[in-house]
Design a protein around this ligand. Structure first.
Ligand SMILES: *Cc1c(COP(=O)(O)O)cnc(C)c1O
Length: 400
């Protein structure tokens, strides 16, 4: 299997090298205040010789850091199933990643790449979770991490960064300002950038969730077949693709990674088709949903939502994510802050899963969109961050 970068826009190919981030020709079209142009994707050719449970990645396994990233549980929330009337509803719980968020999947691959290439420092901008994630994963890997974080990031995420021993550069401004400052730093120093979307490995790292979902759905089918005594079902070895996946969306990297995972799975012949993916956005930060409706990105609108991790003015991976949504018939659903906070409370008190507001947006999205979904379909809702990361946000939902 040979790995390289490919531009989904023009098809140009590049070697996977530390200084390579964007497609030269497409990045030249970049306009201010618009999603990144020229975002690259990891691509592969040749045969894959791994076992069916393995996930093909562009970094050799022995370089991945020594901590347990991924392999998160797929919940079968009985009370929520009964109340919503969806017996094949599952929750993919990434709140229990080592640093408490889905971002660990990206940090893990970027850290592995750094180790493989003998790189000692990584820099990034973040609204909070990417910073705490890269700091923790970097600590386990023995890497120096420099983060650019807006001053108003939730305190738990800031404390995580400092506990993990990363260098914290607080930014007097938004995430968008932090993004530019961190890129300037990487350019001046030559330090590897883990900026989301900008570094293609951040997208690739996130695809692992799709591989886990199809494997764990096959296991769930096996348990079900055992319970029911269905021998023919029990003998099946194929994977199970969900019909619908609900994904919280800010910059659009997670959703692009989820798509990449399902695309790889189809290409490897492990599933037949890419599921319907729902981009769940907060009303106060809905650039990708608006672009899907309009066909193109418009002027940026200042973001304002309780869900800090999906609050972005300009979604960095917007153009790439929009391309995937259009190509696969993906959908968008927009939810209000009140719906997000109600969803957070519902997940906590009916499933025992305490997720931060951003990921509760995915549950709120399902609740809002389920009229369009048949009761016998398989639905996975992705919960991407722990509620303990933003206690102040959760207090709003309790009226405290
Ligand atoms: C970053 C993040 C998201 C959104 O991911 P994007 O790639 O920015 O769309 C959702 N939930 C949590 C917990 C996050 O940290």
């Amino acid at each position: 299997m040979r790995w390289f970068y490919r531009c989904p826009g023009c098809g140009a190919e590049y070697d996977i090298e530390p200084g390579r981030y964007l497609c030269d020709a497409c990045a030249a079209r970049q306009e201010p205040d618009r999603p990144l142009e020229g975002v690259l994707e990891c691509a592969w050719e040749g045969d894959y010789s791994g076992s069916p449970d393995d996930i093909p990645l562009p970094v050799a396994k022995e370089h991945l850091p020594p901590l347990p990233v991924g392999g998160t549980p797929l919940w079968e929330p009985h009370r929520l199933r009964a109340e919503t009337g969806y017996p094949r509803l599952f929750l993919k719980d990434d709140t229990c990643e080592p640093t408490g968020s889905f971002k660990d999947r990206a940090s893990y691959l970027v850290a592995g790449f750094a180790k493989e290439r003998g790189i000692s420092e990584i820099a990034l901008a973040s609204t909070g979770n990417a910073a705490s994630s890269m700091s923790g994963i970097g600590a386990a890997a023995g890497l120096k991490i420099t983060v650019f974080l807006p001053k108003k990031a939730p305190v738990a995420k800031r404390v995580q960064v400092l506990q993990y021993g990363a260098e914290l550069r607080e930014v007097d401004g938004t995430y968008d300002v932090a993004f530019d400052q961190s890129l300037a730093y990487s350019r001046e120093t030559g330090v590897l950038s883990r900026n989301t979307a900008y570094n293609p490995l951040t997208i690739e790292g996130k695809k692992t969730v799709s591989f886990e979902i199809v494997r764990d759905l096959a296991r769930a089918r096996e348990h079900e077949a055992k319970r029911a005594g269905h021998l023919a079902e029990l003998a099946r070895k194929d994977f199970v693709a969900p019909d619908h996946v609900f994904v919280p969306v800010g910059d659009g990297v997670i959703i692009a990674g989820v798509y990449k995972g399902f695309e790889d799975l189809v290409r490897l012949g492990r599933i037949q088709k890419v599921p319907t993916i729902w981009a769940c956005q907060a009303e106060g930060s809905s650039a990708i949903a608006r672009a899907l409706a309009a066909g193109v990105f418009g002027e940026p609108v200042p973001s304002d939502t309780v869900a800090d991790s999906i609050s972005v003015d300009v979604p960095r991976n917007g153009a790439h994510a929009l391309g995937k949504l259009k190509a696969h018939g993906g959908k968008a659903v927009v939810v209000t802050d009140a719906e997000i906070l109600a969803a957070q409370k519902e997940l906590a008190c009916k499933a025992g899963l305490f997720a931060e507001p951003s990921s509760s947006a995915a549950w709120a999205g399902f609740v809002k969109a389920k009229g369009a979904i048949r009761a016998d379909e398989t639905v996975v809702v992705m919960l991407t961050g722990s509620g303990l990361k933003d206690v102040a946000g959760a207090m709003k939902g309790l009226g405290l």
